[in-house]
Design a protein around this ligand. Structure first.
Ligand SMILES: *Cc1c(COP(=O)(O)O)cnc(C)c1O
Length: 353
């Protein structure tokens, strides 16, 4: 007899990207920002370190919510912070989904959605995308009965961004659309949660992270933006103190320094354009990325070999393989690092062949 809940017993669990702890790697496998966070973040953290760590943090994250609400032109009661946007995804699942209800997401996309659905005992449904990463004709029909439809926009691992109008058509009649905008700041015309102001805005939750565009993956901070009625329900589910004093100070300072984030994302967009043209020159096919990574495939299909050979050279990229209804789909997802790191990838790929 197993001590585990049957869902936990049966599931495989999520496998995060490799995180080598020793130095010397060119690490382009988990879409971290190549550049450091704003110096204001370090100042703010140092300041709270000399303050009162013996008391609990503000459970309402009042200051953070005020700064975030200004940024997105909503009231502060539209914001709910979390210990990374992954925690927000967990809170969403626990707030809206009963066991056996349907949770859907495009496929291939972020595989954590499925893991979270399994933990909750929900039925998970992949909506398989077309080979050019567009939605299949029956997508809205398939999504219709979902309690939550997760849509990362831009998508991962492809990096493409769908039109808002296409996504609005997919909103389930009795469910919530979760727009995972982890990469929203890397778009050529960045997201500003416009869909929340649409007619269906009261059924949409936007999630955001400070891990990517704000260079704070190590801090663990993300947040939801949604109609206050939805936020109210989610607040009942979250831990009272899900964000700690240090991460709250860091995240608040980071959001206040928009200039810093913009300069870094501008640089990454420029590096991305250059990298895409270089890998195409080597015979790879790429998606027009709107993120800080590029999905690279080669007509010869030898992606796993190239991943291994890059790894031998201490260059870590993400090899991803997705079983499909027929066959599989695989490729290399390469984070847009510094120009120097990307040059090393190009040189190595040229050598590897
Ligand atoms: C990185 C990522 C996240 C996780 O963000 P955290 O705030 O670090 O938990 C969520 N969704 C997608 C699509 C991501 O790529």
């Amino acid at each position: 007899m197993s001590l585990f809940r049957s869902q936990v017993q049966q599931m495989a669990g999520y496998t995060p990207g490799e995180q080598p702890q020793e130095p010397g790697w060119v690490k382009l496998n988990t879409n971290e920002n190549a550049y450091p966070p704003s110096p204001l973040v370090l100042e703010a953290v140092q300041q709270v370190l000399t303050g009162r760590l013996n008391v609990y943090p503000d459970p309402l994250a009042t200051e953070f919510r005020e700064v975030a609400s200004e940024l997105f032109h909503v009231d502060a009661d539209w914001i709910l912070p979390g210990n990374g946007s992954d925690e927000i995804l967990t809170i969403l699942m626990r707030t809206f989904v009963d066991p056996n209800e349907i949770v859907s997401a495009p496929y291939p996309s972020y595989t954590l959605y499925e893991t979270l659905a399994e933990i909750q005992g929900a039925q998970f449904q992949n909506i398989q995308l077309n080979s050019n990463w567009s939605w299949p004709a029956n997508a809205s029909e398939k999504a219709a009965k979902s309690k939550i439809l997760f849509v990362p926009n831009p998508n991962a691992p492809s990096g493409n961004r769908w039109q808002d109008s296409e996504i609005l058509e997919l909103i389930p009649s009795q469910g919530v659309l979760v727009l995972d905008e982890a990469y929203g700041d890397f778009c050529d015309s960045p997201h500003q949660c416009e869909l929340l102001k649409s007619n269906s805005g009261d059924k949409i939750v936007v999630t955001r992270t400070l891990s990517k565009s704000y260079s704070l993956a190590g801090i663990r901070f993300g947040f939801a933006v949604a109609h206050p009625d939805l936020i109210k329900g989610m607040r009942k589910v979250k831990d009272s103190y899900n964000c700690n004093t240090l991460s709250l100070a860091a995240a608040t300072a980071a959001l206040k320094d928009q200039k810093w984030m913009q300069a870094n994302t501008d640089q990454i967009r420029a590096s991305r354009t250059h990298f895409i043209s270089e890998v195409r020159g080597l015979g790879f096919e790429t998606v027009e990325s709107q993120t800080n990574f590029v999905w690279c495939t080669h007509p010869d299909g030898e992606h796993e070999r190239r991943y291994q050979e890059l790894k031998q050279r201490k260059i870590l990229v993400r090899y991803m393989k997705f079983p499909l209804q027929e066959g599989t789909r695989d490729g290399l997802r390469i984070t847009v690092g510094t120009n120097d790191e990307l040059q090393q990838v190009i040189d190595a790929l040229r050598e590897i062949g």
